[in-house]
Every structure is written in C-alpha cells, then in structure tokens.
Design a protein around this ligand. Structure first.
Ligand SMILES: [Zn+2]
Ligand SMILES: [Zn+2]
Length: 221
C-alpha cells in the first residue's frame, strides 16, 4: 500500500492545506494512507482522522527536539518540543509510536543527524524526502539505513496539496491495512521509499508562501 507519512496541514503554521483537502488529494492520486505530521501539533492529524473515508490516517507529529526534527509516527499526543533526542525517542516509544528521523542529514531543515550521533534507537529514517531527492542528504540517509538496518521511508514533506505523494512509502502490511498494520510493518522494516522529487517550482512557491504566512499568521482556532 502507498503511504505518505509526512504531510503538513494548516495547523502546522507553515502550510495552508486543510485536512479535508489533503484527504481529497490523497484519494485523487491513489494513496492508501497518510499521516499529517505537523510541527509540534496534532490538531490537523486528529481532524483528518475524524473525517470518514477510505484513506487510512495514521496519527503523527513532527517534534522539534533540542537538536533537530523527529517524527512520532503513531503518536496521538503532544510530546513537548526542546527535549533531547534520546528522551524524545523514549517518549515516542512510551506513547506506542515509531521514532522516524525526517530529512536526517539536511542541514537547512534541522536534520537531526547533522547534530547528534545516529545511535539513538530510532526505528527508521526518511531516505527519500521529496524536497531533497537529488541531494546528497538522501544518499547519506540511505547508507545509514542500510548500515543500521533501519526502516526506509519516503515522504513528500508536503506543504502544498500539489506535492502530496511525490515521494511515499510502500508498505507491506501483509493484508492488515490499518493503522496498526502499517506501524507493525514499518517496525519490522517491511517498507521501502518510492517516488520522485517535488518540482523546484513548487518548492520556490513554498518559500514565497512562508514569507507571506509570516506576515499574515494562521487563523485563530
Ligand atoms: Zn522537518
Ligand atoms: Zn516536515
């Protein structure tokens, strides 16, 4: 099944995608499952999960640790930002989730393994982040995943509807197409990174919109 585990929604502060529109787009392009992994926030993830439909929504959060970003895949609670990477991994596991390092070697995106040793006990890494598909950082992640036998995930890290699913994770759930089935498959490394990079045009658009968002902050909830 096709799973995009790293999509940002309007609740992230740096995206304008509404959860309902993310689900519609995911369905349109043939994804089976998604996770909304907003920065230190789970409102978008929870909202998406409350909307009935065919797309499986895995709870998630992208946590800003002291030294870089970490996804808590399967986590349906706020894990505070600013904790050490080690403590964040523990908290994610205590919450029943998987610790996945997004864009691990991307210096400009708070890549965790630019700053801390990779012996953290994480479950997986993004080896294909659609925003860095040609970059050296994805290659480094691939090498690390092979060396440490980590799960390899592909993700769009989308801040725009149009870039959802550009990269994604193919998960072998062995027929258990559910949140638990997906988490179990990734835990047992039954997954691989697929897809392609997001066009430079869209990434440039994102940078522009971020500047606008800074001037006009997100709506009040
Ligand atoms: Zn990030
Ligand atoms: Zn992200």
């Amino acid at each position: 099944m096709k799973f995009d585990p790293h999509i940002h929604s309007v609740f992230s502060g740096d995206s304008r995608s509404e959860p309902i529109d993310i689900l519609i787009q995911a369905q349109k392009i043939g994804l089976d499952a998604i996770a909304i992994s907003d920065h230190n926030e789970i409102k978008g993830s929870r909202l998406a999960r409350s909307i009935p439909g065919d797309i499986i929504v895995v709870p998630s959060i992208e946590i800003s640790t002291e030294k870089g970003h970490m996804l808590g895949l399967g986590v349906d609670e706020i894990i505070p930002k600013g904790l050490s990477a080690v403590e964040t991994v523990d908290r994610i596991h205590d919450a029943g989730g998987l610790a996945i390092v997004p864009h691990p070697f991307s210096y400009y995106r708070h890549g965790l393994f630019c700053n801390v040793d990779s012996n953290l006990g994480v479950d997986g890494v993004e080896t294909k982040n659609a925003r860095y598909i040609f970059g050296y950082s994805n290659k480094q992640a691939q090498t690390l995943a092979e060396r440490k036998r980590l799960a390899r995930l592909g993700a769009s890290d989308s801040h725009f509807l149009e870039s959802i699913g550009d990269a994604y994770t193919e998960v072998n759930t062995k027929g258990y197409d559910s949140v638990d089935g997906i988490l179990k498959a990734i835990k047992h490394r039954r997954c691989r990174a697929m897809g392609h990079g997001t066009s430079n045009f869209l990434v440039a658009k994102e940078v522009f919109v971020k500047k606008v968002l800074r001037r006009y902050p997100k709506r009040d909830e």
